[in-house]
Design a protein around this ligand. Structure first.
Ligand SMILES: [Zn+2]
Length: 269
């Protein structure tokens, strides 16, 4: 599942490829991808230029001249830039025809992704974006500390809660706990103020470093599509040993595969 850095990479890549192109038509091959009425969606996007592509947490926001829509890739959604005559896959669900003759296709094997028209100016205050917490980069430390104080559940689980911090998924939650030498099952409310400050710093650093690594791939996307997935150097997630050579343990925390180093991550506060 793409997390903040991967979605940011998709954003930058699309910006590079389709900014200022006009949408001349749109086709709905699998309409449930659109949250809401497809005719309304069509009326809102047709004959409009894509003027900006923004991101909030794991959401992409496509800004057009007079309207805007959001897109969430969920598990496996991706964008393809195709020629009109290119074979249409059964996993291509929404097709935007662009004025330069290309097509922007939304491709999603699992069909979990969604697009929705939002208000151009107030989308941040509308559902679902209004439910997002701040991203680690600009989070108010006191606010996050107060949120963690209220939660007795594992810190790893809280890191996945988009209403506390937006953008972190399973992979980076595992990596953040490792970087802090923190046991992933530590109750969130046991973190001291100092540790919460450290958490925001570590989360920002890890996400920024992944964004930088993704940035190097922006110009090299092929026909495989734009899903933002790239090879990031991970220290514990899906690894056998940690950087210090200890064996990694995999446990389930709140139903999610959690990788940690029992030697490095003894700290429970
Ligand atoms: Zn270790």
């Amino acid at each position: 599942m793409p997390e903040l850095p991967e979605v940011e990479t998709v954003r930058r890549t699309l910006e590079h490829l389709i900014l200022n192109k006009e949408i001349v038509d749109v086709h709905f091959l699998y309409p449930p991808i659109i949250d809401g009425d497809i005719n309304t969606f069509k009326e809102n996007v047709i004959h409009q230029k894509i003027t900006a592509i923004e991101r909030l947490g794991k959401y992409l926001i496509f800004k057009l001249e007079k309207s805007a829509f959001i897109s969430h890739l969920r598990m496996e959604g991706k964008y393809l830039i195709c020629q009109k005559e290119d074979h249409i896959s059964r996993h291509d669900h929404i097709i935007f025809e662009l004025d330069d003759g290309h097509e922007l296709r939304y491709h999603d094997v699992r069909k979990f992704g969604r697009m929705k028209i939002v208000d151009y100016y107030t989308y941040q205050k509308q559902l679902p974006l209004c439910q997002l917490g701040p991203e680690p980069f600009n989070a108010d430390f006191q606010q996050v500390y107060q949120q963690l104080k209220k939660r007795h559940i594992p810190i790893k689980t809280v890191l996945l809660d988009q209403s506390v911090l937006a953008g972190i998924g399973n992979i980076y939650a595992n990596e953040i706990c490792y970087q802090m030498n923190l046991h992933p099952e530590t109750p969130a409310n046991r973190l001291t103020k100092k540790r919460v400050q450290e958490l925001l710093k570590v989360a920002s650093d890890i996400l920024n470093s992944a964004i930088e690594q993704g940035g190097t791939t922006i110009h090299s996307f092929s026909s495989n599509g734009i899903d933002g997935l790239f090879q990031v150097q991970l220290k514990v997630h899906m690894q056998h040993t940690c950087p210090l050579g200890h064996d990694i343990k995999k446990i389930m925390v709140h139903g999610r595969g959690t990788y940690y180093c029992p030697v490095c991550q003894k700290a429970r506060r």
